[in-house]
Design a protein around this ligand. Structure first.
Ligand code: AMP
Length: 432
């Protein structure tokens, strides 16, 4: 099957060819024909499956068709794409621009945390497609700076994240303004009850495409985990990056504070690093991502929310400095590697707190992640046994963790306690 055979024009097919796509991915093959017929779509698929092109290409084609039908060059906003974060919005904009490079299609992205005026100016110059975060879009609608009355197709990308972030009421509000909407596309990594409910409310007889659970992690990603004590975690991170000679590595952690701490430590170890998280300005985040893509820095440290939508070609290594709160975020994290047919390695560092979480991840993936020992970083037998599930945690273990873990124990030596307090407690306690 080729892009042309799916009903796309030569300009779009050529743009895909330029990006090195040899054939449509499964989700593209399954959805494009239906979308071109204006059917609603519920796509349960993660990033890495080619889902973006699956909905973008037919939208571009539809704009082209509408132009030919109308036989004039009026630029009308007809396609609206909503995404949970500004990073994803920018990523989408970049992708769409590349797919539309041989077409005269005008695109505008609008998102919070940036000056609204240039965005308004761009909208005034007229565009066909708007990509938006919910808050900024609502703001523009309220200020009557965007005209959505002609929007005929709406995409909610990473809708599960939007619901998790509490945007459901906003989405319902936005929908009220879309009076001639003909097509709704909802992409989500999971099909939870909230997504089912939302799709039931806003879609009519959608085509449902689900990339099955055993595809949750693509098998080109090699996954490994290293049990390590909390006090030696930062050291292990630098050691792995150095000894494995990782040239470009994305490190994930749960909190802003730990992201900062990790960067500080990596720099002390002579590794060029930067972080992206919710406290960084948009400019700082963009700069860090660009430097990382251009190999000016070796390590990018990111929290889960900040990394949404990151698409780094040829990224080989992802390291989980800690495990995320939700197993699905583990999938999102490691899905940054092994993209577009390439291979990748995902390494998780398991401290006293993560050894139990990894089981949740394994249960979710229905797959075991090998636990390896690293010379010089050996852990005690008990922790090792918990990590490899030879024994399970007792209630006491869990209680100890909640009250400060092994380092909460007064009998531990002072040094260890101080380091743990600086690293461990801060790492665990803060928000993203
Ligand atoms: P997505 O799932 O949309 O985040 O896309 C993941 C990656 O796959 C991106 O780097 C795309 O450029 C790439 N991709 C999308 N469609 C194809 C295709 N048909 N062939 C090869 N790579 C693709």
């Amino acid at each position: 099957m080729t892009f042309r055979q799916l009903g796309l024009c030569p300009e779009i097919a050529k743009a895909c060819e330029d990006k090195g796509y040899k054939a449509p991915t499964k989700i593209q093959e399954d959805s494009i024909v239906h979308l071109l017929r204006k059917r609603d779509l519920l796509a349960i698929a993660q990033t890495g499956t080619g889902k973006t092109a699956a909905f973008v290409l037919p939208l571009l084609q539809d704009i082209e068709n509408q132009r030919k039908e109308q036989d004039n060059d009026n630029v009308i906003l007809t396609k609206l794409i909503i995404a949970p974060t500004r990073e994803l919005v920018l990523q989408l904009e970049k992708s769409i621009e590349s797919y539309a490079k041989y077409l005269d299609i005008k695109i505008c992205s609008v998102y919070g945390g940036a000056n609204i005026k240039p965005q308004i100016k761009k909208l005034e110059s007229r565009v066909h497609i708007v990509i938006a975060t919910t808050g900024r879009l609502m703001d523009l609608i309220r200020k009557e700076k965007i005209n959505v009355t002609k929007v005929d197709a709406l995409v909610l990308d990473e809708a599960d994240s939007m619901l998790d972030m509490g945007f459901v009421a906003d989405i319902q509000d936005i929908l009220k303004s879309l009076t001639i909407l003909q097509q709704t596309i909802l992409c989500s990594a999971t099909l939870g009850p909230n997504i089912k409910k939302l799709s039931g409310q806003i879609m009519i007889n959608p085509k449902v495409i689900e990339i099955k659970s055993n595809d949750r992690v693509n098998d080109r990603i090699e996954q490994v985990a290293y049990p390590v004590t909390l006090v030696k975690k930062l050291e292990m991170l630098s050691f792995l990056i150095g000894t494995k000679n990782m040239k470009q590595v994305l490190v994930f952690c749960k909190t802003k504070a730990s992201a900062e701490e990790i960067v500080k430590n990596l720099k002390l170890d002579g590794l060029k690093a930067a972080s992206i998280h919710g406290d960084k300005t948009h400019g700082a985040r963009t700069k860090a991502i660009t430097q990382f893509k251009e190999n000016q820095i070796r390590v990018l440290v990111a929290t889960d929310v900040a990394a949404r939508g990151l698409d780094i070609t040829d990224l080989f290594y992802v390291i989980n400095f800690d495990l995320p709160f939700m197993p699905i975020d583990y999938v999102h994290r490691i899905g940054r590697t092994a993209r577009a047919g390439k291979n990748g390695i995902a390494i998780s560092l398991l401290d006293e707190y993560d050894v139990a979480t990894i089981r949740e991840v394994e249960k979710y993936l229905n797959q075991k992640i090998p636990k390896l020992d690293l010379d010089g970083f050996e852990v005690g037998t008990r922790m090792k046994m918990i990590a490899t599930k030879t024994i399970v945690e007792t209630k006491d273990d869990i209680k100890r963790k909640k009250t400060g873990g092994a380092f909460g124990n007064k009998k531990k030596n002072k040094d260890k306690k101080t380091v743990a307090k600086q690293r461990g407690k801060r790492i665990i306690g803060q928000n993203r």
